[in-house]
Design a protein. Structure first.
Length: 282
């Protein structure tokens, strides 16, 4: 849940990136595991006819029953334990009484707060059987996430992550959303650095935009959460102030992991304990 120009903390405003300790890694492992377990729990409940508000209630109850609190509740006035984004909703979709339909694709994003640590993750789901291109979009988006994660190691750069994602998405005929990005995470929900999901692109009005060449160091924690559109990358924010949709109403997909840079590479904090990292989950 992050806009590219967001500046919630001093570290976000100054660009100073926190370096975490081995004890901090343990805190993120616990939070990340619970977040992944929450998404695992939801998998059998996602089907046509189910309201997204019901899925949100299940997520809230799961977090509370396991000694966590939903970090999103009360965040900037948000009232729900998750964001649920359906079809052409890119991110920050608000749970409601509207029922899922056959063939819908949806992203569920949760962030349990466990002993002061934020486990931030999201995953795509199918309600019934999606169309072939929708399935391919979801598969490609997961591949983009994992290519971005694989680019993480000491000495690599944030730009390396963005290029890995952008190259794969565009090679498959899809586009990378530029208006939203990953972010530092830990004891702070949204922290430095911004993690954009492109390496470079040219805008006809504002010119060339490049991802930061910030070098990665052991102890950095952040999310990687590419949003990939079937059509153009342009975004429209709805009047509710939260829901972001593709301007051309094309399908959108997203996956998110919270990761930490280690001495030798990367640790994924939010990997599914049951291996349910991408649909289908049956």
């Amino acid at each position: 849940m992050q806009e590219a120009d967001f500046d919630e903390t001093l570290d976000m405003r100054t660009g100073k990136i926190r370096i975490h300790t081995p004890e901090d890694f343990e805190g993120m492992r616990k939070a990340g595991r619970l977040a992944a377990e929450c998404l695992d729990m939801l998998a059998p409940h996602v089907k046509p006819g189910v309201a997204t508000a019901h899925l949100d209630d299940l997520a809230r109850e799961f977090m509370l029953d396991n000694g966590a609190v939903p970090a999103t509740v009360g965040y900037r006035g948000y009232r729900h334990a998750s964001c649920i984004s359906i079809n052409h909703v890119i991110c920050h979709g608000i749970p409601s009484d509207k029922a899922l339909k056959e063939g819908d694709i949806l992203n569920i994003d949760v962030t349990p707060l466990v002993d002061g640590w934020h486990g931030d993750t999201s995953r795509m789901y199918f309600a019934g059987e999606p169309k072939v291109k929708a399935r391919r979009l979801v598969e490609t988006t997961y591949e983009c996430l994992m290519l971005g994660v694989a680019a993480v190691k000491p000495g690599a750069t944030l730009r390396d992550i963005g290029f890995a994602i952008q190259r794969h998405a565009e090679a498959q005929g899809f586009s990378v959303v530029r208006d939203f990005c990953g972010h530092g995470v830990g004891r702070v929900f949204h922290d430095a650095p911004n993690v954009v999901h492109y390496g470079e692109y040219r805008d006809r009005i504002t010119g060339v935009h490049r991802a930061p060449d910030t070098r990665l160091e052991p102890g950095m924690f952040f999310t990687i959460e590419p949003m990939i559109n079937e059509g153009k990358p342009d975004v429209k924010l709805l009047k509710d102030g939260w829901t972001a949709v593709s301007r051309d109403k094309s399908l959108s997909a997203q996956f998110e992991h919270s990761v930490g840079v280690t001495e030798t590479g990367v640790e994924i904090f939010t990997q599914s304990p049951k291996g349910l990292n991408k649909p289908p989950y049956a």
